[in-house]
Design a protein around this ligand. Structure first.
Ligand code: NI
Length: 373
């Protein structure tokens, strides 16, 4: 069996046996077994799921991170190795990321005697619910680590393509809930109520002015209402309407500006219509900020080993890797996976041809990063 076949087999075994965030028990057992069989040292962190291993000797430590969790999606890709777990699917390609970092681990084990330090391999659980990175850091996985690298496959890019960028990359992902409380009334006597549906409608449109009229057009921002709930029949004006939505930004100043404007608009409309509007804000994943130096380093190496490289666009989605980069420098990169269907789609089907090259790339990246100051 070739190296590529080995990695593809592992990827398919993970793909057939996907597990949700925080429940990656069998996945953890598999990865532990494969790493141990290849002679890697497992570090005894007290983790419910997830694996941390190490290779090499010495003071300096570089970390490589893969995520291992799947999504609550019923697979429709039709591949022969489709999910055996009903309603659960590796629809984000974390099985691919895991096999890439497993491959890098094997290659680094072969070069162990020549490494100028240690490479720590993080197989992180619970990326999709943004709790895994925090858990690994709490367990001590970043101790003595001077830089960390990770990847996401990019279905929109051809295999052999590599993209990253210095600075902000993935977005702050925040959520809000607005509760409009007016006064219910008979549909025949609207003047006796304060129609929560009319107020909520004004609110939806007013929120659109935050992106179009408050934030600099050159800054990235999304403000979307994604759920409206109110009323339960045709002849009653409901007392209350609940709205929920999301805000995506890359700069914390903009994030704070948007949060403040939502509150101001809600208060203003509540006052104008004599209603009450309650605003709840939930901070989600933080913006992912690549270190300029390490992003350039990763890009140059990618070019040197034969990838077509490009500066990545900003992503409006979130990525838990951001939490590591809040603590230590490093870079997150995109590698083309050429899937007709995108991430989190039930027919997502990344091209496995990316795996071997990416494994070789990450092994060399860690090896080279150990030589940097
Ligand atoms: Ni993902």
């Amino acid at each position: 069996m070739t190296f590529a076949e080995q990695l593809i087999n592992w990827r398919r075994e993970l793909h057939q046996n996907p597990e949700l965030s925080g429940q990656e028990v069998a996945t953890t057992t598999r990865i532990r077994h494969w790493l141990e069989s290849a002679g890697l040292r497992l570090l005894p962190y007290p983790l419910a799921t997830g694996v941390v291993a190490e290779v090499g000797q010495g003071e300096k430590v570089i970390a490589l991170r893969a995520d291992i969790d799947a999504l609550p999606i019923q697979e429709t890709s039709g591949v022969a190795f489709s999910s055996h777990n009903d309603g659960v699917m590796h629809a984000c390609g974390h099985d691919v990321h895991s096999s890439v970092i497993l491959g890098a681990a094997l290659l680094l084990k072969e070069r162990e005697a020549h490494l100028s330090g240690r490479v720590r391999l993080l197989f992180q659980p619970a990326e999709e619910n943004f709790t895994g990175a925090k858990a690994l850091i709490k367990a001590g996985a970043l101790e003595n680590v001077s830089a960390i690298f990770g990847m996401h496959n990019e279905p929109g890019l051809p295999v052999g393509t590599f993209a990253t960028r210095g600075g902000a990359f993935y977005a702050n992902v925040d959520r809000f809930v607005l509760r409009v409380r007016g006064k219910g009334a008979h549909a025949a006597r609207p003047h006796e109520g304060k129609d929560a549906i009319v107020i909520a409608s004004q609110l939806v449109l007013a929120l659109q002015t935050i992106a179009s009229r408050n934030v600099d057009t050159l800054d990235s921002v999304i403000v979307s209402v994604t759920r409206i709930q109110g009323g339960n029949t045709w002849n009653v004006l409901p007392e209350s309407v609940e709205l929920e939505g999301t805000v995506r930004t890359h700069r914390n100043e903009i994030q704070q500006q948007v949060e403040k404007r939502i509150s101001e608009i809600a208060a203003g409309l509540a006052s104008a219509f004599g209603a009450h509007i309650e605003v709840e804000w939930f901070n989600g994943p933080i913006t992912l900020i690549n270190d300029d130096k390490w992003a350039a380093f990763a890009m140059q190496l990618a070019q040197r080993v034969g990838y077509r490289t490009q500066t990545s666009e900003l992503h409006m989605g979130g990525e838990d890797f951001a939490v590591y980069l809040q603590t230590i420098p490093g870079a997150f990169v995109s590698i083309g996976s050429a899937s007709e269907y995108g991430l989190h789609h039930s027919a997502f089907n990344p091209d496995e041809a990316l795996i071997e090259d990416a494994a070789r790339y990450f092994a060399t990246l860690a090896e080279q990063a150990l030589l940097e100051k």
